[in-house]
Design a protein around this ligand. Structure first.
Ligand SMILES: Cc1ncc(COP(=O)(O)O)c(C=O)c1O
Length: 372
């Protein structure tokens, strides 16, 4: 179905940047720069500078950024890692694939880790905390870091959705032992396939990710230090991401403008909770514009019928997927979020007209008139 208001618009995205992207790609192809060449190193250096850390290591997905960061932080069998129940499944799978046990806690009203629940879950087996900066908003890192320090734990930030977001002026991915980013095509910085990066100030973590992404081999010496993986960020992909990184600050500003327009159009609807949680400490980048209502499914149907594309992340808690073999941690906030949230169109290509059409359809659904 062709939507009047698409959730994202990769075609327009490409056409807007066509010249720059095409020239980055043909630059790689015509020089034969395909694997771990200059373009990858330049992107990593630019990403590290943007996030404010010493190292960035490109990998083939956000998932592998998480997995390698955990391994680099020393997580292994018999360890426990505390993270949230309301996240993409890859966060938890990365813990499981280290042989460790994920311990899931609940989130706050802003969809991020609730530090009040952390200490009760720490045991002698706990090795790391994994806050997830969801929807483009950084967790309360001062409290999380203080708890980690008190208990001698590593902190691996899942920053897949929050490149450029800040907390007390510092960027997501610069607080913990490691930060993990995803360049899945619809992320705020998206490639033309999946990609990811580990950011860190710790040379040991950076080296671990560098070895693991290439089958454990040190390319300088040819020595295999670990049984690794085939998980490189392709050079062509890095060249495209480097082009896009130059536009990121402008895109973030655009997302904030779009979010503000949604707020103005929707804040008077009593049945709706909007994702504006205060900007004193956090400066959000609105990877997703998530609204919450008890009538979510009916609202979604109405929006679809009105030609507006929406998404739900995630309609059921991950422990309800029996194949994942997770025990029900009993997280009431996560459960009600799964029933109530819907994400509205939000991307660098979302226009004010898209927002106005969406707002109009939503007000229609809630039977509000514009002059109320
Ligand atoms: C919160 C979160 N964590 C991890 C990931 C995994 O990233 P990728 O899809 O690049 O493996 C994603 C991406 O969808 C995500 O949103």
């Amino acid at each position: 179905m062709a939507y009047k208001v698409p959730f994202v618009d990769p075609r327009t995205h490409y056409l807007t940047l066509k010249q720059e992207i095409d020239s980055a790609i043909t630059g790689c192809l015509s020089q034969g720069d395909l694997v771990m060449r200059r373009q990858l190193r330049e992107f990593e250096a630019n990403l590290a500078a943007f996030v404010g850390v010493r190292y960035a290591v490109g990998v083939n997905s956000g998932y592998h950024a998480l997995h390698f960061s955990l391994l680099g932080a020393g997580v292994g069998p018999s360890d426990e890692v505390i993270t949230v129940g309301h996240t993409f499944v890859a966060t938890v799978s990365a813990i499981v694939h280290c042989g460790a046990t994920p311990v899931l806690i609940d989130v706050r009203k802003d969809y991020n880790m609730d530090p009040d629940h952390l200490e009760a879950k720490i045991t002698p087996r706990t090795r790391a905390l994994m806050p997830v900066h969801l929807n483009g908003r950084v967790c309360s890192m001062d409290r999380i870091l203080a708890i980690a320090q008190r208990h001698g734990l590593a902190v691996v930030e899942d920053a897949a959705q929050s490149l450029g977001a800040t907390y007390m002026g510092r960027k997501a991915g610069s607080f913990g032992t490691a930060g993990c980013f995803s360049f899945y095509p619809f992320k705020i910085l998206g490639g033309f396939g999946d990609g990811g990066a580990v950011t860190t100030n710790d040379p040991t973590v950076a080296r671990m990710a560098t070895l693991l992404r290439y089958n454990g081999e040190d390319r300088e010496t040819g020595e295999y230090h670990h049984h690794g993986y085939t998980a490189l960020l392709d050079n062509v992909q890095a060249a495209v991401l480097d082009v896009k990184l130059r536009h990121l600050v402008r895109w973030i500003e655009h997302r904030r403008t779009i979010a503000e327009r949604y707020r103005q159009g929707l804040e008077s609807i009593p049945e709706l909770k909007l994702p504006h949680f205060g900007e004193q400490e956090q400066q959000d980048v609105f990877q997703n514009y998530v609204v919450r209502t008890k009538r979510r499914d009916a609202l979604r149907q109405h929006l679809t019928a009105s030609g507006i594309e929406t998404l739900v992340h995630w309609p059921k808690p991950m422990w309800c997927h029996t194949g994942l073999r997770l025990t029900d941690p009993g997280l009431p906030e996560t459960e009600s979020i799964c029933r109530e949230v819907v994400s509205l169109p939000m991307s660098a290509e979302t226009t004010q007209e898209h927002v106005d059409l969406t707002v109009r359809a939503m007000r229609e659904f809630f039977q509000m008139t514009n002059d109320e």
